[in-house]
Design a protein around this ligand. Structure first.
Ligand code: LLP
Length: 425
């Protein structure tokens, strides 16, 4: 595969015979730190952030990185240092933000099932906003805040019932989804929120899905949200900020999502025409900030030719890269160096004892045992969704910054995995 054919790998390029990220040879990193190894480009993350910043130039914006996409501390630190806030969905994520130097007041807390303990933890940390996802949650949050003598800043997540035209598992803004408050219920929910003693309404939010590659779902959702803001404010409840969620897709396999700046140019044309352009905005991008900044390096353990299929067995597996098994997702797989091996078509699979443990199907590769491969677009929803299935330690992670490689996570040992477990006596 030539450099031009690498889908969505902006800081990855061939230098002679070697595939490089920024100024480092990926093969050198694999040799130095072992495989499977996640490698991220800091410049690529900042480039992606820059596209949003351009789209919002001259506007009032807080970017809250949806850290579920990749919550490794070193990655969070890059975004915290760039001035980002964070969209969290658990108390554990809040602890990570604080450990990485993030500012609590730039944190927003999403999720349909916040526990009382998590609400308390977030109130005590002084987060910026709770994105409340149901009317029942409003009641509980108010009670928890009153119990602490605090007032919780809230926004209600609206389910605008638009089809994001993406994989059903990652659509979130349709009527049948568990997320948010139905559009028709929103005004009543705001009236209730405004009447509760432990809450202060500060915003409105929506998030319609993930890996969205078209602009029309965003434009439709925006119209519906603006209609609601108009109705809520007419009822005497001011809305300080509009949070438009995340969801922008990336190029995995020739996908052509709109660029963040182009998308927001269109959205601002609508916002300006409807008189909302000077509001405070928040967004919650995850995948589009980190997805194409990362690769997973892996070694070919064995080639296993077969009657129906040829298998290329690698040392990364579904515990490291769960997206193909979960969503039949496509990740490009490229070789780190040119090879003299004869090309053949392989299913690229991991060592885990499941037929679902595949990383790529029917891939043309010219590989031999011991060769190194890179699984592309692996910066988002890979490490953060990884598991210890088959007692496989989590991979190590390296963040590349120019000519420097920072190890941001050590490879997990079996002892790390067994910590906290006890024999019965
Ligand atoms: N805000 C909320 C409330 C969310 O639920 C999500 C993602 C985001 C923001 C960030 O969305 P993004 O910009 O990353 O699309 N594991 C799946 C993706 C699940 C997305 C869940 N919510 C995958 O690997 O494709």
């Amino acid at each position: 595969m030539t450099a031009e054919q690498l889908p969505g790998a902006p800081r990855i390029a061939w230098r002679g015979d070697d595939l490089c990220m920024e100024n480092l040879r990926l093969a050198d990193l694999a040799h130095a730190y072992g495989t499977p190894l996640f490698v991220y480009s800091k410049a690529s993350m900042l480039d992606a952030l820059g596209a949003y910043q351009r789209g919002f130039a001259g506007r009032k914006l807080q970017i809250c990185y949806a850290m579920k996409a990749n919550s490794s501390l070193g990655v969070l630190q890059v975004f915290a240092q760039a001035g980002c806030g964070f969209d969290i969905v658990s108390g554990g994520e809040l602890e990570r933000v604080l450990a990485a130097g993030g500012e609590p007041k730039k944190v927003i807390f999403s999720g349909v099932g916040k526990t009382r303990a998590e609400m308390k933890q977030a109130l005590q940390a002084g987060i910026g906003c709770f994105n409340v996802e149901s009317e029942a949650e409003l009641e509980v949050l108010s009670a928890v805040a009153v119990g602490l003598g605090a007032v919780a800043p809230v926004s209600i997540r609206v389910n605008p019932d638009v089809d994001p035209k993406t994989h059903p598992y990652i659509s979130t803004g349709l009527k049948g989804n568990k997320f948010g408050v139905a559009q028709e219920r929103t005004l009543d929910a705001y009236r209730r929120a405004a009447s509760l003693p432990g809450l202060k309404v500060v915003g409105i939010d929506c998030h319609i899905g993930s890996q969205i590659t078209e602009d029309s779902p965003y434009l439709d959702a925006m119209d519906r949200i603006l209609d609601l803001v108009t109705a809520i404010e007419a009822a005497g409840i001011p809305i300080h900020h509009i949070d438009f969620g995340g969801g922008l897709g990336i190029n995995y396999n020739g996908d052509t999502p709109p660029q963040a700046d182009a998308l927001w140019m269109q959205l601002f044309a609508k916002l300006d025409s409807r008189g909302f352009g000077n509001r405070h905005f928040m967004i919650e991008p995850g995948r589009s900030l980190v997805g194409n900044a990362g690769v997973c390096l892996t070694e070919v353990l064995y080639l296993k030719p077969g009657e129906l299929k040829n298998f290329c067995i690698i040392d990364a597996a579904m515990n490291d890269l769960p997206r193909p098994a979960m969503y039949q997702a496509f990740h490009a797989i490229v070789q780190l160096a040119t090879s003299t091996a004869a090309p053949s078509t392989y299913d690229v699979v991991g060592p885990i004892c499941e037929s679902g443990d595949w990383i790529g199907r029917d891939r043309e590769l010219a590989v031999q045992q011991g060769d190194l491969l890179a699984v592309l677009s692996a910066g988002a929803y890979c490490m953060s969704m990884s598991s210890n299935y088959n007692t496989r330690g989590r991979a190590a992670e390296v963040l590349v910054d120019g000519t420097t490689a920072h190890v941001i996570r050590e490879r997990e040992s079996a002892a790390d995995q067994m910590r906290g477990e006890k024999l019965i006596g």
